[in-house]
Design a protein around this ligand. Structure first.
Ligand SMILES: *[C@@H]1O[C@H](CO)[C@@H](O)[C@H](O)[C@H]1NC(C)=O
Length: 333
């Protein structure tokens, strides 16, 4: 036994030495692999320890913290499951559409938190805001290089990078098409495989049409829950193909690079009230939902605007301005 061990160690050392001589950089590669293995235990790196989808947590959070968006919950979970099932044949590209406050950013964050141990602060989650990072239309050539560099260096560092593009509808025209090659079915693009990456696009485009269709359902006395994903997808894609503004006059759509269009419906009073109850707890005003007086909730909901005028069914700002209204109503004077 000891002899065999001795022999294998010798052979191993011999092989290592020859490879040092032959390849030169073997030792440094080996050393950096060891260093990475050790540092991965405490520092975030691209392995399973730090990146791992928790579908239980994802479903639980989407079901309990997102109000009135059944289509979103089903669709997001299904697409992520598909993406993580085996080796994806293309990067996952989800496009979230809807008015402000309907939960687009919120869902993106929940997804990040259930994939990356460090959530939104993971170095493998890149949040890109069009108005902050690409404000000047005349600088598009420069922005294109910047965006390409960001995507390439990020995925080179970790294949399982997630990009969240906020305010896609405000991206300067032409810039978005820069993303197209990374969403395509290429196995290898300049030595890098982009197919495990996730792209989430957030925009208000289509929001008006989604709202109108939801209104139609309501007017006909049909249930919101009966709205079909397919109908909404058609509604989102149609104007998206025509409008010449930044976002959706883009090859990403005409060349079918988007995996799914996900509609966020306008929120009704009862959904906003749920957000208010959550806000009252996270804001520290109450400990439990059961302690919250209904009158307080009504007082806060009255501070928000609803449309159409008269009927006041849907919130114009969804759950977005809820927290400031809570503070406004709850502050002691
Ligand atoms: C997944 O999420 C659930 C619910 O949030 C949590 O209880 C569980 O510990 C998580 N599992 C892992 C492996 O993180």
């Amino acid at each position: 036994m000891t002899f065999i061990k001795y022999l294998s160690v010798t052979v191993c050392l011999y092989l290592m030495c020859t490879s040092v001589i032959v390849k030169g950089h073997f030792l440094s590669t080996f050393a950096s692999a060891v260093a990475e293995f050790i540092s991965c235990r405490s520092e975030e790196c691209c392995g399973d320890k730090w990146i791992h989808v928790n579908f239980t947590g994802l479903a639980e959070q989407l079901n309990s913290k997102l109000y009135g968006q059944n289509l979103v919950v089903k669709s997001v979970i299904r697409h992520l499951k598909g993406h993580y099932k085996g080796n994806p044949c293309k990067a996952l590209a989800l496009s979230f559409h809807g008015w402000t406050g309907t939960g687009k950013n919120y869902v993106a964050r929940i997804i990040a938190e259930n994939i990356y141990k460090k959530g939104m602060s993971s170095k493998y989650v890149k949040l890109i805001s069009a108005t902050k990072e690409y404000p000047h239309e005349e600088k598009v050539p420069e922005y294109k290089d910047k965006l390409k560099e960001l995507i390439e260096s990020s995925v080179k560092q970790c294949e399982k990078t997630m990009f969240i593009f906020d305010e896609m509808d405000k991206m300067p025209p032409g810039l978005i098409d820069t993303i197209k090659p990374y969403l395509d079915y290429y196995e290898n693009l300049g030595g890098v495989d982009y197919r495990k990456a996730i792209f989430i696009f957030l925009s208000n485009s289509g929001g008006k049409d989604i709202a109108e269709e939801t209104m139609n359902y309501w007017n006909k006395g049909k249930k919101r829950e009966d709205i079909k994903l397919k109908d909404m997808e058609d509604i989102i894609q149609k104007p998206a193909l025509n409008v010449k503004s930044g976002l959706w006059h883009s090859e990403l759509i005409t060349k079918h690079m988007i995996t799914a269009y996900i509609p966020f419906l306008p929120l009704e009073r009862k959904h906003v009230k749920e957000c208010i109850r959550d806000g009252l707890i996270t804001g520290g005003y109450y400990k439990k939902r059961s302690e919250i007086p209904e009158l307080k909730v009504l007082e806060i909901v009255e501070e928000l605007t609803f449309y159409p005028e008269g009927a006041g069914i849907f919130s114009t700002t969804g759950c977005k301005r809820v927290m400031e209204k809570i503070d406004y109503v709850m502050v002691e004077v």
